[in-house]
Every structure is written in structure tokens, then in C-alpha cells.
Design a protein around this ligand. Structure first.
Ligand SMILES: C[S@@+](CC[C@H](N)C(=O)[O-])C[C@H]1O[C@@H](n2cnc3c(N)ncnc32)[C@H](O)[C@@H]1O
Length: 218
């Protein structure tokens, strides 16, 4: 989606993707990923997700990238964290305790700006892109991560013709074809979540599954 779409979403607070608590899949599967306590975790398209609080508590440091200044400011306000703000090229860096959120476009982010990350967490980032933009995102994500880094990816899969995204459907064959170039892929879980998603039911979507993968950067 274009930047303006997301700026509008944040300015109108139309942020149905934002969960009121930590994603249960993160709590369930992250410990199995095997990230060491010292790990620095990259969270692309982080929004103001509370999952970052979980990662701050379990890992050494967290670095997120988010387009919307509103999202970044709300994250720190709502967490009650006093923040320091500095300029990093065309991005702004907001830092508090062991978290840094880099506000700006992920496509112009350089690896040096996020530092060496040992782990990453993608929830509602890959699936935020329509298919035409998704391979570019996969390439950019890969360019930001060192070989050997391990990540957890959560996707949705549903008949795309039955509903417009975002979130977009990302079937397992897409993950294997496009992410497989850059990452070793392990399918961790696949769950039928249609009955838990009234928005999809209302649109007449007949099938919806949520899939967790572990990725290892080649
Ligand atoms: C579907 S939301 C997911 C947010 C978060 N991962 C979560 O689980 O709540 C996608 C986020 O990506 C951000 N975004 C969109 N395009 C971006 C870009 N080019 N660079 C950085 N962030 C972007 C949006 O502002 C939005 O907050």
C-alpha cells in the first residue's frame, strides 16, 4: 500500500490490526525460535504493537521500523517511556530503555541504521503488502538481516478474490517461492481462524488460516 494509505489510517485511528495485548502466537512460539537472551530483534512495520514489550522483556534489545510518526509517538506515550529523538539520515530514531523505533520508510532504511540483528519478528508486515509489492519487501527485509539471523513470520491465507486486503493473503507457495530465495523456511503451525474473525465472515470469506513460520537468513 502507498504511504498515504497508512498515514490516513493512523490519523483517523482506523487501526483494527492493532491488538490490545501480546499476540498469543508470539508467546507460544517465540521461545522455540531459540534466540539467545543477548539477541537484538528487528520488527519491520512495527506499528505500536505490544508485542514489542514482550520482546523487550525477553531479549537484549528491539529495533522497529515504522512509517507513521503517530504510531511511534503513541507507542512510547502508552508505554509511559520517556524518549530521546535523533535524526538518522532521512529517518528519525526514537529511543528509550532497550528499544529503538526508526520512523520512516523501510525501503530507504540501511542495514547500518538498525545494527546487527540476530532475530526478527514479522506480524502483519508481509501481509500488509499487495502481491505486486511483496517481493520488493521480501528483498528489502533480507538485505537488512545478516546471514544466520532467525525470525518468526505470521501470515494469513484466504481466497483473495473473496476480500480485498490489507491484510492480504500470502499462501505457503508464495512464501516458499519468494522468501525461499533468501531464507530457510520451517512451517511451525497452521490454524483455521475463520470463526475468530468476524470481518472475514461478514465479507463471505470461506476459508482463513493463520500460519507461523520460522525463517533463517541464508
Ligand atoms: C498492518 S500494520 C501492522 C503493524 C504491527 N506489525 C502490528 O502487528 O500491529 C502495518 C504497519 O506498517 C506501516 N508501514 C506501511 N508502509 C511502511 C513503510 N514503507 N515503511 C515502514 N512502515 C510502513 C504502517 O504505518 C502500519 O503501521
Amino acid at each position: 500500500m502507498q504511504a498515504e494509505f497508512w498515514h490516513q489510517r493512523w490519523s483517523k485511528q482506523q487501526i483494527g490490526f492493532h491488538l490490545p495485548g501480546v499476540n498469543p502466537l508470539l508467546e507460544q512460539y517465540w521461545p522455540r525460535l531459540g534466540a539467545s537472551k543477548d539477541a537484538r530483534v528487528f520488527v519491520p512495520l512495527c506499528g505500536k504493537s505490544l508485542d514489542m514489550g514482550y520482546l523487550m522483556a525477553t531479549q537484549a534489545s528491539v529495533v522497529g521500523c515504522e512509517l507513521s510518526q503517530t504510531a511511534v509517538e503513541q507507542f512510547f506515550d502508552e508505554a509511559g517511556l520517556a524518549v530521546e529523538c535523533t535524526i538518522k539520515g532521512e529517518h528519525q530514531s526514537y529511543q528509550a530503555q532497550n528499544i529503538e523505533l526508526i520512523q520512516g520508510d523501510i525501503y530507504t532504511l540501511e542495514q547500518a541504521s538498525i545494527g546487527d540483528c540476530d532475530a526478527f519478528y514479522d506480524r502483519a508486515a508481509l501481509i500488509a503488502w499487495p502481491e505486486s509489492m511483496r517481493a520488493d519487501y521480501a528483498r528489502q527485509l533480507a538485505s537488512l538481516l545478516p546471514s544466520g539471523s532467525r525470525g518468526m513470520l505470521i501470515t494469513l491465507d484466504y481466497p483473495q478474490a473473496q476480500m480485498d486486503g490489507p491484510p492480504f493473503s500470502v499462501p505457503q507457495c508464495w512464501v516458499e517461492q519468494y522468501l525461499g530465495e533468501h531464507f530457510d523456511i520451517e512451517l511451525v503451525s497452521e490454524t483455521d481462524v475463520l470463526q475468530d474473525n468476524p470481518k472475514f465472515l461478514k465479507k463471505g470469506v470461506e476459508r482463513l488460516s493463520e500460519t507461523v513460520y520460522f525463517l533463517t537468513r541464508k
